[in-house]
Design a protein around this ligand. Structure first.
Ligand SMILES: Cc1cc2nc3c(=O)[nH]c(=O)nc-3n(C[C@H](O)[C@H](O)[C@H](O)COP(=O)(O)OP(=O)(O)OC[C@H]3O[C@@H](n4cnc5c(N)ncnc54)[C@H](O)[C@@H]3O)c2cc1C
Length: 387
């Protein structure tokens, strides 16, 4: 089967790997140029780790982890008020846990398919037309080509979804937050830890990337507005949302890039169906769960693996797409539900809420509360053990 994958991120590259593994011919079109930098850190465990291990890249990932031995919560003076040791986190997760840059995972996946799969960087799909026996695609550069299947792996704002299923508003569920992040020079002597500082309705997070002298600054704030400012307006919007915030926030804001500031809302995607004829979706495109789940990358890998596996197991593409969706959708829905519940208290709105969160966090981050903490993380084990 000749399969066009739109999007060379976590889901798209995983899908490409397994399609090739099972004898199909995937072609990936990725909008971005090759070798982009930047990005953000992710917690990686459970199903994602399981798929990575099956691909033989888990050891490589483990070697390229972020330097993080704990997650610390600090007050305005930078004094630690609570600390989650990595050792306890691993106990809570009950399996391998990796702290990675998102780009590290993408690079490892890209390396895994590099010699086997055609990847066209700087390309995107402009139009699609379906026939009973194929999909006709027009690319943005004007070229036309036909495939047996088109898979949209192009993230939460998927253009494939827009072309084949309808506009984003129909499927988006805004969780009431906006986020922004960018790299900053490490002039703070942060050490190997992730640090969180909160004020009512806002949170600043800082952690090392593993690249010498570089940290990621991440900003999260409550907002009822789901729209994302234009690129040129983002630095100003961020400064006004975080004006007068304590700890290192004003120094970090002064480092905000003018042109390339990653900013987005926390948006989940929930759809009645993940496929339409010979067009299917995978990863955030159909099941985004947001950073509040800490499992989006993991489930994107699950999606890539399970979709390829279903196409391997069924001769009829309709049966394959139905089976892929039936297998994965309940797990995605559970994690989305958990993420929505967690998001309600992620950044407390009031001073009283913040004080209560701080007290509970300080008390809970101990071995004695492993069970309770585990419930907070939700389902962290691999869903593939039952495949
Ligand atoms: C700040 C932050 C923190 C997070 N923390 C975690 C965490 O701790 N743990 C976790 O598991 N997950 C986390 N996530 C979520 C995780 O990153 C996503 O769920 C995951 O990346 C989804 O993978 P994907 O391949 O579906 O989409 P993406 O990773 O978004 O990849 C989509 C790809 O498609 C490309 N693309 C977009 N449009 C087009 C187009 N029109 N044509 C061609 N290509 C296109 C993009 O350039 C990109 O390469 C976090 C996300 C953010 C933003």
């Amino acid at each position: 089967m000749k399969v066009l994958i739109s999007g060379g991120g976590i889901a798209g590259l995983t899908l490409a790997y397994w399609l090739h593994h099972w004898g199909h011919t995937p072609v990936v079109v990725e909008r971005a140029p090759h070798g982009r930098l930047g990005g953000y850190g992710i917690d990686f465990f459970g199903t994602g780790y399981d798929v990575a291990a099956r691909m033989g890249i888990a050891d490589r990932l483990a070697e390229h982890q972020l330097p993080a031995d704990s997650i610390c919560y600090v007050d305005g003076e930078g004094r630690v008020t609570a600390r989650l040791e990595r050792r306890l986190l691993e106990k809570v997760i009950r399996g391998p846990y990796l702290a990675l840059m998102h780009t590290t995972l993408e690079e490892a996946l890209g390396e895994a398919v590099r010699d086997e799969v055609e990847i066209r960087y700087g390309h995107r799909v402009a139009a699609v037309g379906q026939r009973a026996d194929g999909v006709d695609v027009t690319f943005a550069d004007g070229g036309d080509e036909s495939f047996d299947l088109l898979v949209g792996a192009d993230g939460v704002h998927s253009a494939t979804r827009g072309l084949a299923f309808g506009p984003e508003e129909r499927f988006a569920r805004h969780l009431g937050y906006a986020m922004a992040c960018y790299p900053v020079p490490d002039v703070y002597g942060l050490g190997p830890r992730r640090v969180h500082y909160g004020e009512p309705g806002r949170q600043t997070v800082l952690y090392p990337t593993g690249r010498p002298g570089e940290l990621i600054a991440l900003f999260l704030h409550r907002t009822a507005d789901p729209s994302v400012p234009r690129r040129s307006e983002r630095p100003g919007a961020l400064r006004s949302a975080f004006a007068d915030m304590g700890w290192l926030t004003s120094r970090l804001l002064a480092e905000a890039p003018r042109d390339d500031l990653f900013m987005d809302g926390l948006t989940q995607i929930a759809m009645p169906s993940w496929h339409n004829g010979r067009i299917a979706l995978v990863g955030d495109a159909c099941g985004a769960m947001t950073l509040a789940s800490a499992q989006g990358a993991s489930m994107a890998m699950a999606g890539g693996y399970l979709l390829a596996r279903a196409l391997h197991q069924h001769d009829d593409h309709r049966a394959a797409l139905r089976s892929y969706e039936a297998r994965l959708r309940p797990a995605v829905r559970r994690r989305q539900r958990r993420a929505r519940a967690f998001a309600r208290s992620l950044v407390p709105e009031t001073g009283i809420g913040l004080a209560a969160q701080s007290t509970v966090t300080r008390l809970m981050l101990r071995d004695a509360f492993t069970g309770l903490l585990r419930r907070g993380y939700g389902d962290t084990t691999s869903i593939l053990t039952r495949v």
